[in-house]
Design a protein around this ligand. Structure first.
Ligand code: IMP
Length: 422
């Protein structure tokens, strides 16, 4: 049995939810390893659309066990909403959902500080879900963890200390109203009553399951270029969506990981600020946005759209160790006049030798394109690779060769059955 990591290979929103949903049928356990309710995985089952922010989309398969790892930052409000939604849909989550005792809690002051920070000079275009401030507290060793919910005295004390400090900041630096300790403590003790039953020693649970031969799918949120270490810093999220994050965020050691699958959109999108070399600010960008329904699943923001960037994907493949990729939304490129693929970056007419990690350099790069013909037919009902039009096959083989991975899935529409497996 295998342990597989799924990573977003671009700037997130690659369609991971759908591929994880398909793959989760083949795995015993699905684990989310970083990020928080900033992610939004849209999954269509029949006519029902689900957007899950925290709980792995594997929860929609009745035999799959789902785990939220220590690398995730949990907003209890968002988690409870999701639990309630799933229960209202008749989906049983008892004994199917496990939450790491070491995951950190998003507190009301994290969301407030996120929005205050976004109104200043260091604007990133965040989702406003308190992600950055929560990870700041985690790394400053001030965070409140899920395990703290188990002891009301510990919880109260930690909230008190944190709020005193945050109130100082709010009053003195931001001239903002203070937050109320009692109100927040009461609210979080209420969450505890519901969340308690799911709290687990996740590393022991997962490593025992692997030793017993169970298969595990580790699901990253966001994408490689949003990684705090390997992305387009500072325009990134505050965690490690890359495959390395799967180990630290779950407690599964690197020696137990068998393979890494990259989820790769057939073109590129980005939400929020930051460099985007192949961005299309013209009618073609609007067309991709409309045809691909490129609006944020969490915030509803229109996504910036552009051509496929094989140069970036090569970097992403290297950082993550991607061997196989699932290409999503290929149908969106049907009926275009031509399709461009970025194969290199240039600055002042000179080709770069390696992917730039400095955002100022990124802002200067010019993409070097190869132009390919589009296919003028609807491919959304095609079930087998052999039935794809030759131009679509050429496009796939070009991006696979330029990016350095094999293709294992091709998605041609949002439904489960609109997927070609190779
Ligand atoms: P944060 O994660 O809310 O702090 O936002 C930091 C950056 O990551 C912003 O540019 C967001 O738009 C982006 N981001 C966060 N989550 C997602 C996601 O799930 N998909 C795409 N972009 C995201």
């Amino acid at each position: 049995m295998s342990v597989t990591v799924i990573v977003g290979s671009q700037w997130g929103d690659e369609g991971k939810g759908k591929i994880v949903d398909i793959l989760s049928e083949r795995y015993d356990i699905v684990v989310r390893y970083q990020g928080g309710a900033n992610a939004g995985h849209t999954v269509l089952v029949g006519d029902n659309q689900f957007i899950l922010h925290l709980i792995p989309s594997g929860i929609l398969r009745e035999n799959t066990v789902c785990v939220i790892g220590n690398g995730v930052v949990i907003d209890p409000k968002a988690l409870l909403e999701e639990i309630n939604l799933l229960e209202s849909l008749g989906i049983n989550i008892k004994n199917r959902l496990y939450i790491s005792q070491n995951a950190h809690l998003i507190m009301p002051y994290h969301k407030l500080l996120d929005s205050i920070s976004e109104s200043g000079a260091n604007k990133i275009g965040t989702t406003g879900r308190g992600i950055g401030p929560c990870y700041i507290d985690k790394y400053a060793r001030k965070g409140i963890k899920i395990v703290d919910l188990l002891d009301s005295n510990v919880l109260e004390e930690k909230i008190k200390i944190n709020i005193e400090e945050k109130n100082n900041l709010l009053r003195k630096v931001y001239n903002h109203d203070e937050m109320d300790v009692d109100e927040i403590t009461k609210e979080y003790l209420e969450f505890d009553k519901i969340i308690d039953q799911y709290i687990t020693d996740v590393p022991s649970f997962l490593n025992t399951a692997i030793a017993e031969g169970k298969s595990v799918l580790l699901e990253g949120a966001q994408g490689t270029l949003l990684d705090v270490d390997h992305g387009t810093y500072p325009f990134v999220t505050s965690s490690n969506p890359t495959s390395g994050g799967a180990c630290t965020g779950s407690g599964i050691p690197p020696t137990k990981i068998d393979s890494v699958i990259g989820i790769v959109k057939a073109y590129t999108t980005r939400v929020g600020l930051g460099p985007f070399p192949t961005e299309l600010s013209d009618d073609m960008g609007s067309k991709l946005r409309e045809v691909g329904a490129e609006y944020g699943a969490t915030t509803g923001r229109p996504r910036r759209c552009g051509w496929y960037d094989a140069y970036m994907l090569n970097y992403s493949r290297m950082i993550n160790g991607i061997e196989r990729a699932a290409i999503t939304k290929l149908d969106v490129l049907s009926n275009l006049d031509e399709i461009k693929v970025c194969v290199a970056y240039e600055i002042n007419g000179k080709k770069l030798k390696s992917y730039p990690t400095d955002v100022n350099q990124m802002m200067l790069v010019k993409p070097v394109y190869e132009i390919l013909p589009s296919w003028k037919t609807d491919i959304s009902k095609i079930k087998y690779y052999d039935d794809l039009p030759p131009e679509a096959k050429d496009y796939l083989s070009f991006i696979s060769q330029q990016s350095g991975f094999e293709i294992c899935f091709i998605s041609v529409g949002p439904q489960r059955q609109q997927t070609i497996e190779l």
